[in-house]
Ligand binder design. Structure first.
Ligand code: HMG
Length: 464
């Protein structure tokens, strides 16, 4: 049985901090954010929003758009790393909110859990639900897989310039109009690491930024190696002499903690793939320098990062490589459209990869590209750490969905925060009723109880 993504919806908070304002307040060059990281605006949650209401708002959008009844949904999974309860799963809050609209008990039949593995958990949830459908367990029902997060870093930390917030929901079923997942090729890598983690009780993560950048690329590359083997052994793709697996992906969507991380990761993967092919000779001639190797080629990530001479040379080599026409063609045709939304919204942790997928569909369609039959490769990464590589093929009915995609109108009118407003929100100084904007027909947080017997209970309302 086939399975894949039938439709997709997003919910992005209406507040944002502009990169120029951020840079001014932090004494940074705005070009570092805008060009160095690819961050122009970062979405910030209002005082009456949490990751559960972002998720519920996204779910309502996909249900209303497709005229779905709760009986059409068999599973609702949420993947997040912004959990606010150690036991009660976030999907239960979302069901509670949706039942305010669809009626109490209307989702009673619908199972699901909250999944966690930093930014990669949404990909595991997609895979598990895809297999639920493939196994024939869905009995004609669809699954909702929601990825929802608030990417919030410590004030003044280097991660603070890579924040953002939002939710993406994917409607999965056995007759997907958007994308059918390729069977038996999904591949993972996993390693016990501390590149980025958030211990109990801490609202923001502990991050080793440059370490995390390198680990992301290494882990995704390992998952790609395993994907390659599966693709060949399952005969999904027949590779000819001198080709790489990336030649067979029309689009490549990467996890985007900031949009330039996608660029960096693509360059890393392409470089490692091309290095083994005849075309590399020509690339090296254009670059005009030898490919650098670390002093200790079998060393650790720490030893590579500490090898300053290698790091500087490798940076130079990468910059020259990314300027070659051959790499530019790959970047422009396979990745660039997926980065547009990330630049406008920022990091969405679990949702970043799927916001990129959504962005790629909209902006490639607008270019006039016929997407029917195109293969999309996904490079998913979660700190801590695990990577997943998988792929799918765009379905003939895709235009039915993609023609009405409009990122700007789906985000809605946004409000640019002043620096002091941003600080107030970041430091959680405002109560829900002090929210900056009043939205209509959206789920909002009303109250979090503080008394001993019901501490942590959350109340939500659907605004009229
Ligand atoms: P940093 O170390 O301050 O920045 O923070 P940098 O010095 O690396 O500069 C960034 C880029 O800007 C560089 O470009 C600079 O050259 C350039 P690159 O060399 O990479 O091409 N630059 C400038 N460009 C123009 N004009 C200028 C200028 N100055 C510098 N004046 C870092 C960057 C990403 C480390 C930091 O923001 C951070 O720690 N972020 C959080 C961690 C993160 O996002 N890691 C990404 C990989 S791990 C991951 O994706 C998992 C994650 O999503 C969590 C999860 O899984 O749950 C984070």
């Amino acid at each position: 049985m086939t399975a894949g993504i039938d439709d997709i919806a997003i919910y992005i908070p209406r507040l944002y901090i502009d990169a120029a304002d951020f840079a001014e307040a932090r004494g940074l060059d705005p070009v570092k954010l805008q060009k160095g990281l690819g961050v122009s605006q970062m979405a910030i949650v209002d005082a009456n929003q949490d990751p559960a209401c972002l998720a519920a708002n996204a779910c309502l959008r996909v249900m209303e758009k497709n005229n779905l009844d709760p009986q059409d949904i068999g599973r609702l999974y949420i993947s997040t790393e912004s959990a606010f309860d150690e036991s009660k799963a976030m999907n239960s809050y979302v069901i509670g909110m949706l039942e305010q609209v669809y009626g109490q008990g209307s989702f009673e039949h619908c199972g699901g859990v909250e999944t966690k593995f930093a930014c990669v958990s949404g990909s595991y949830a997609l895979y598990d639900n895809t297999n639920w459908i493939r196994a024939g367990e869905a009995e004609g029902k669809s699954a909702l897989v929601v990825v929802s997060d608030i990417a919030k870093y410590d004030m003044g930390s280097s991660g603070e310039m890579t924040q953002g917030a939002g939710a993406v929901v994917m409607l999965l079923n056995d007759k997907p109009r958007l994308l059918e997942f390729d069977p038996k090729v999904t591949s993972t890598s996993i390693k016990d690491e501390y590149d980025f983690y958030r211990p109990f009780g801490k609202e923001t993560p502990i991050v080793h930024g440059q370490y995390s950048n390198l680990l992301y690329m290494i882990q995704v590359r390992k998952a790609l190696e395993s994907y390659k083997k599966k693709v060949i052994s399952s005969n999904l793709i027949q590779m000819k002499e001198g080709e790489t697996i990336l030649d067979h992906m029309d689009y490549i969507n990467m996890h985007l903690p900031y949009s330039n991380m996608g660029k960096k990761a693509l360059a890393y993967l392409v470089r490692h793939e091309w290095r083994q092919l005849p075309r590399w000779k020509n690339i090296l001639e254009q670059i005009g320098m030898k490919e650098p190797v670390p002093k200790d080629p079998r060393g650790t990530i720490e030893s590579v990062l500490a090898d300053e001479e290698f790091m500087a040379k490798d940076h130079e080599f990468t910059k020259l490589f990314t300027k070659t026409q051959e790499y530019q063609d790959v970047f422009e045709s396979k990745l660039s459209s997926s980065l547009i939304a990330s630049t406008m919204i920022g990091n969405l942790y679990t949702a970043s990869l799927y916001l990129g997928f959504r962005s790629s569909l909209e902006f490639e369609y607008q270019k006039g590209v016929d997407l029917d039959g195109k293969r999309i490769g996904f490079g998913s990464y979660g700190s801590g750490s695990s990577a997943m590589v998988f792929s799918g093929v765009v379905q003939p009915e895709y235009a039915e969905i993609v023609k009405s995609m409009n990122l700007e109108s789906e985000i809605g009118q946004r409000r640019r925060l002043t620096w002091s407003e941003y600080e107030e929100l970041h430091e959680n100084k405002l109560a829900p009723e002090q929210s900056k904007v009043h939205t209509k027909k959206e789920f909002v947080l009303v109250d979090i109880k503080t008394d001993v017997e019901s501490r942590g209970e959350r109340r939500y309302a659907f605004t009229s």
